[in-house]
Design a protein around this ligand. Structure first.
Ligand code: SAM
Length: 172
């Protein structure tokens, strides 16, 4: 699998702090390399980095990055998730397996330029739901579940367990 980056637009630090944190953590858990967030938010950065520091991986978060700049610099395919886009199953078959991907998700209303600039506008069903759900389903289908139990070499490793919690801590 090639590099997957997320571009989260419309982030309002007070109102969206939980949702954007969950967008970041879900994209990390499902195999993205990092996330760009359009509004600067140091608290969000710290919270996400703290999870990475404990649970491993090399996930990157950068805030205060305008979507137009991120897209301009990005050498790969830009996919905007929207309930109005083409069907997920049809879109997946058109995505080259060797392309780096930038996946754009919104918060409230997304500017029309995003629809125009994206290489693909993709729906995860045509019902309105959430950026966390849309991103998670899209990434899981794209990676065929491959990221879910990947070793991240973190300080803490969770051992799957039918009951209870088993967590191994690597001492420094
Ligand atoms: N009404 C808003 C609009 O016109 O863009 C949608 C807001 S929705 C709460 C926030 C984000 O979730 C959207 O920008 C989109 O990225 C994602 N989303 C919601 N439902 C979706 C769906 N069915 N398929 C793909 N993405 C979806």
């Amino acid at each position: 699998m090639t590099g997957i980056w997320i571009m989260r637009i419309g982030h309002r630090p007070q109102r969206d702090k939980r949702v954007t944190t969950h967008v970041a953590l879900s994209s990390r858990a499902l195999g993205a390399k990092g996330i760009f967030v359009d509004t600067e938010d140091r608290v969000l950065e710290e919270n996400v980095r703290s999870v990475c520091e404990r649970f491993g991986g090399d996930f990157d978060i950068r805030t205060g990055i305008k979507w137009k700049d991120a897209v301009k610099k990005f050498d790969g395919m830009v996919i905007h998730l929207t309930m109005y886009g083409q069907r997920l199953d049809e879109a997946l078959s058109k995505i080259p397996s060797d392309a780096d991907l930038m996946i754009v998700v919104g918060a409230e209303k997304v500017p029309p330029e995003v629809y125009e600039r994206a290489d693909m506008n993709v729906s995860v069903g045509n019902q309105p739901h959430s950026e966390i759900a849309a991103l998670s389903i899209f990434m899981d289908r794209l990676t065929k579940g491959g990221a879910l139990y990947e070793e991240r070499n973190g300080r803490f490793t969770v051992i799957p367990n039918e009951r209870g919690k088993t967590v191994v801590e690597i001492s420094k």
